[in-house]
Design a protein around this ligand. Structure first.
Ligand code: ZN
Length: 338
């Protein structure tokens, strides 16, 4: 089998790999219908996270179950499934509270930029559809696995309510999904911060009511202007830098909530400014499994079209070009077809 390995910064290879096998009775093997490249894959690709051993890449996935271990009860061969990038048992206390991304048995998915993949903790991780979905829904179903689930969690954690004023910091794929989620949750005003034309257009299509292209203090000043000096009820932080986090805190009204899902890199928060901001914060890796059944349902009923966030589709064999396109910001998000 051929699969995607990252050997070092900028060095992605589609190369021979051992075929995945059932290692634990709780495993499943799936045949990927599609996979994709995540913004977080770019951290090691850019050398911002160390790469020691070559890494098997890919954690967003959907496909058909080929084989299950002896303990797997909820999915069976032949079913179409989507799973979260966080593998969870869905039974431990954290899972029961809806925080499957902190599962006591948590593992992170890897190796999904390939034709076949092993999914550990299959019962707690995978959600099957009632029937085989039509091919044109595959990109949107794939999006629920991480990018939509993460944007949704940002909106949920920021407690977006009907009628709310929402700010979305970050116009990457997750930020755009945050706009979609805020719209679905009934936000009245959705202010997207974006300076790229194609991303602004998609944000408007997904439900943004205002676009702010300024950043930093100028960006915060614009938000204050648009909210009569008050700030937003809910802010979705979808970047993970010191600047974007500060922007999120400054944009939130006292008593408002920040949902932060950009993996922090070099973020330092100052205690007193946090204290006097009187904002709530909830973030971390998204518990996508909590939202999966609902999000898959919205896709299957064609109520949302998150798959539009994929603006470049490549055969899996061209995965290295996909990484280049995302790294150089020629593509928002790359879909890979085996
Ligand atoms: Zn658990």
């Amino acid at each position: 089998m051929l699969g995607t390995m990252l050997h070092g910064p900028g060095d992605v290879r589609f190369e021979a790999r051992p075929e995945p096998e059932i290692l634990e009775p709780t495993d499943a093997i799936i045949q990927l219908s599609a996979s994709c490249i995540c913004g977080s894959d770019l951290w090691p690709y850019r050398g911002l996270n160390a790469v020691g051993e070559p890494m098997a890449m890919g954690h967003e996935y959907c496909g058909v179950v080929l084989e299950v271990g002896s303990a797997v009860k909820t999915v069976k061969p032949g079913q179409f499934v989507v799973g979260s990038f966080c593998l969870s048992d869905n039974t431990c206390p954290h899972c029961q509270y809806g925080f499957q991304s902190s599962c006591e048995q948590r593992e992170f998915m890897s190796g999904a930029q390939a034709a076949l993949a092993r999914v550990p903790l299959a019962d707690g991780t995978l959600v099957a559809t009632a029937e085989m979905p039509p091919d044109d829904l595959i990109p949107s179903l794939l999006a629920t696995s991480d990018v939509l689930g993460t944007g949704w969690y940002a909106a949920d954690a920021a407690r977006v309510r009907p009628g709310a004023t929402v700010v979305v910091v970050g116009d990457g794929a997750v930020g755009l999904m945050g706009v979609l989620a805020a719209k679905q949750m009934g936000a009245e005003r959705i202010i997207a911060m974006s300076r790229h034309k194609t991303r602004q257009a998609l944000a408007l299509e997904y439900g943004a009511t205002d676009i702010i292209s300024e950043r930093g203090e100028a960006g915060v000043a614009r938000i204050k202007e648009l909210t009569r000096g008050v700030g937003a009820d809910s802010v979705l932080e979808c970047v993970g830098t010191g600047e974007s986090m500060q922007q999120a805190i400054s944009a939130t009204r006292p008593g408002g909530m920040i949902g932060y899902v950009g993996v922090p890199h070099g973020v330092q928060l100052e205690g007193q400014s946090l204290f006097f901001s009187q904002t709530g914060m909830l973030g971390g890796p998204a518990p996508v499994r909590r939202f999966l059944p609902h999000l898959m349902d919205l896709v299957l009923q064609r109520k949302i079209n998150p798959g539009k966030v994929f603006d470049l589709e490549l055969p899996l064999a061209d995965v290295a070009e996909g990484y280049r396109a995302m790294d150089e910001r020629r593509a928002i998000k790359v879909l890979l077809r085996p």
